[in-house]
Design a protein around this ligand. Structure first.
Ligand SMILES: *Cc1c(COP(=O)(O)O)cnc(C)c1O
Length: 737
């Protein structure tokens, strides 16, 4: 009996070769076991159970046809091949279909359980976490997915790799590197599921399940790899299901189904690996020799009985003598360390490159129309006369945004109860936006005396000006606003003890539990809350009490925001109890992304007002302070193409005369890039191009993963959309001489 086992890397992210070899040796003491790998850095090739080692050239140098012929002749000679490398499994299925000695699954089964195509139909009994494939989805959709899940999301590569991404910038960088590494844009975003990590390992021959075990991970490495575990029998109902799945897939070989068991006991499928897991010898220790069963099932040879040593196992790090004939090399002096920085020394990225020679083409290269009002505002734009880079104001878009808030206020307010939208001036203090706020009856929210003046100048009445922020020179300005929120107990103390004319409403900003923020009175500090209660009691009778909180849902996620809102109501009740003063004004802050404001907040507002009033019957005013939700769509940045650069026969990059100085939020959220096509403006679809800024700065990249049209030319004007908020107000002069 001669058995080839591939995948010998035994670092912190190990391949299963060593564990498979140990299991086979235990089951068939006389078998000849040959270790196969593609890099001498795979330390498992020194493992003593390998009678021989067959070290190949790296995947990019191998002549795959010759190699396939060699494997075929080995198999024809009666040998067996157990692959421990996912992409090698794929290559074997494609190259040697139906070869009896190859103990891995057929191509069709692999396709059905691939990370990007597995469905609940293939895995009955499992839930699938919500996912979004990167190919074919726009950056706006990807951004929405992340926000909706409060950035509890993973970016997963098509075969290997999962990265937690916490911001748009991190996502952009990771998705570019994952696509590069795996020569594929088939990565996807996956919503995080909380729970316990478990898995099922199994062995099967031509659709017959031989055995399966259930692993509970007791200890994992920072990369999520098993470091200790408990092996249990698979529940009988799950086994019945598995049996029929395996039959349906006509599976041969090992497999590992990794999943999360949530608090309610539901299993959420993470992935289905087409090979044994690296901890597989742990199953043998528990009396289940799955690789042994696989070989016995395929060959008919009797298997040595596996005695149960223990149902729980741990892993340790071992030193081994180097195998004769496989000398080690002093690593190059690079900061990446001895493995060259690669977590995949068996060369999987190289094989991916060869398997994907022709990068699959895009689902759609069709430009995306812009909104009607945008089209309308841009209709008369004389691009030839623009002195780029230049900000373009969209009057109808801006007007519609503010006008909608007016309607909203009227719909949800009543005689006894006011719901007011206060435009956050700092987001963009452009007088055109303040004039619209004033015209449509919005309130204004200021964070400085100058902003208060700007609001008053725009015609917003004093009682509709809300004064916020950590630094407000209140002694001179408090008399000119209707509502003021203190950022600390110190500020409230100064106000009640020194200010002779208080605004009609005085409140305090509270910092939600678990929020990372420098603002507001911490709800986690008993001393601060105690002091707050004492000071509120000193407020004059005629002063209404307010509570304010502000945490950007665009960062923390909308579901987190709603939960915080509910928690804040509890704090209002506690404050009322402690002070004997009713909370009459509740300010929910801003921080909403445009779409979330429109699709998540506004539709739920009426209901939220109702439940809030039920809990706080004395409440008279509820405030919202959107900034970017109103300002962002109101402007675009016009830029000119200075240079067009080719890559693989396509337009790879363009250099434009704009930069992060005019687009400081370039990395914070995706911006649409518009181009005039036959007289109308269209957004460029997703693709592989990059838009580079004019500055001699590494991070001056204004757009990534955008399809750049073939006929784009020097001198052409592009519009970068959605720049009316902090892009406009935080832009700076840099690199202009
Ligand atoms: C900045 C700010 C806002 C507006 O935030 P956006 O993210 O622009 O919506 C609202 N309220 C307060 C207190 C702020 O500081």
């Amino acid at each position: 009996m001669r058995i080839y086992i591939s995948g010998l890397y035994s670092g912190p992210n190990p391949s299963p070769g060593v564990g498979v070899a140990r299991s086979i040796r235990a089951g068939f003491p006389d078998a000849t076991i040959v270790g196969v790998d593609y890099s001498q850095r795979s330390t498992g090739l020194h493992w003593p159970d390998f009678d021989e080692v067959w070290l190949q050239r790296p995947w990019n140098e191998l002549d795959l046809e010759v190699y396939a012929a060699q494997i075929r002749s080995l198999i024809d000679g009666g040998a067996y091949w157990i692959s421990g490398l996912d992409l090698e499994v794929r290559w074997l299925a494609r190259t040697l279909p139906g070869a009896r000695g190859v103990l891995s699954p057929p191509e069709d089964a692999l396709r059905r359980v691939a990370k990007t195509s597995v469905t609940t139909a293939t895995t009955p009994g499992f839930q699938l976490p919500e996912r979004l494939l990167l190919r074919g989805s726009s950056q706006q959709e990807q951004y929405r997915f992340c926000r909706r899940h409060g950035w509890h999301v993973w970016l997963k590569g098509p075969y290997y790799e999962a990265h937690r991404v916490r911001s748009w910038e991190e996502f952009q960088a990771r998705s570019a590197s994952v696509a590069e590494m795996w020569s594929s844009d088939e990565g996807f975003l996956e919503a995080h599921v909380s729970g316990r990590e478990e898995s099922i390992a199994l062995a099967a021959v031509t659709g017959e399940l031989l055995n399966a075990v259930h692993l509970v991970k007791m200890e994992t490495t920072p990369e999520g790899k098993t470091w200790a575990g408990r092996v249990e029998v698979v529940a009988s109902d799950v086994l019945v299901q598995l049996r029929s799945i395996i039959k349906d897939l006509n599976w041969t070989g090992g497999a590992e189904i990794e999943y999360i068991k949530d608090a309610d006991g539901r299993p959420w499928l993470l992935e289905w690996n087409p090979r044994f897991p690296a901890w597989i010898f742990g199953a043998h220790l528990a009396g289940h020799n799955l690789p042994g069963l696989l070989v016995s099932g395929a060959t008919g040879a009797p298997l040595e009985h596996a005695a149960t040593a223990a149902t729980e196992f741990v892993r340790v790090v071992l030193e081994l003598p180097r195998r004769a004939g496989f000398p080690l090399h002093v690593p190059p002096e690079s900061w990446e360390g001895p493995t060259g920085g690669s977590k995949h020394p068996s060369g999987m990225p190289l094989l991916a490159q060869r398997l994907m020679t022709a990068k699959s083409s895009r689902a759609s290269d069709i430009p995306i129309p812009v909104h009607g009002l945008e089209q309308h505002d841009l209709a008369g734009l004389a691009v030839d006369q623009l002195s780029t880079p230049m900000s373009i104001f969209l009057p109808s878009v801006a007007d519609a945004g503010f006008g909608t808030q007016h309607d909203l206020m009227h719909r949800v307010s009543s005689e006894q109860f006011v719901v007011a939208v206060a435009y956050s001036i700092k987001t963009n203090p452009d007088p055109r936006l303040l004039a619209l706020a004033s015209r449509h009856g919005l309130w204004a929210e200021a964070i400085s005396g100058c902003e208060v003046d700007a609001a008053l100048r725009a015609g917003i009445p004093q009682e509709h000006v809300v004064f916020n922020g950590p630094s407000k020179e209140w002694a001179s300005t408090a008399a000119r606003v209707g509502t003021l929120f203190c950022d600390s107990v110190e500020e409230l103390h100064a106000l009640v003890s020194r200010c002779n004319k208080l605004p009609a409403t005085v409140g305090v900003r509270l910092r939600p539990v678990n929020a990372v923020s420098r603002f507001g009175v911490s709800t986690e500090e008993v001393g601060a809350i105690h002091e707050l209660v004492r000071l509120v009691r000193q407020l004059p009778e005629e002063t209404a009490l307010g509570v304010h909180w502000h945490m950007a849902s665009s960062v923390a996620g909308t579901s987190w925001w709603w939960r915080s809102h509910e928690a804040m109501l509890e704090w209002c009740l506690a404050l009322q109890d402690g002070t004997g003063r009713p909370v009459q004004c509740l300010d929910l802050g801003g921080g909403w992304q445009v779409e979330d404001w429109r699709d998540e907040l506004c539709p739920r507002l009426e209901r939220a007002v109702q439940t809030t009033r039920e809990q706080l019957p004395a409440l008279r005013v509820m405030l919202l302070e959107p900034g970017k939700a109103l300002a962002e769509p109101s402007m675009m940045l016009a830029v000119r193409v200075l240079e067009v650069r080719a890559k693989n026969g396509h337009v790879g990059e363009v250099v434009i005369d704009g930069s992060i100085a005019e687009l400081p939020q370039a990395h914070v959220y995706p911006h649409r890039v518009l181009r005039a096509i036959d007289g109308s403006w269209m957004a460029l679809p997703p693709g592989e191009g990059r838009i580079l800024g004019r500055l001699c700065m590494e991070n001056d990249i204004l757009g990534q993963r955008i399809a750049l049209p073939r006929d784009i030319a020097t001198g052409e004007v592009l519009l970068i959309a959605d720049t009316g908020a902090y892009d406009a107000s935080m832009s700076y002069t840099f690199g202009r001489g």
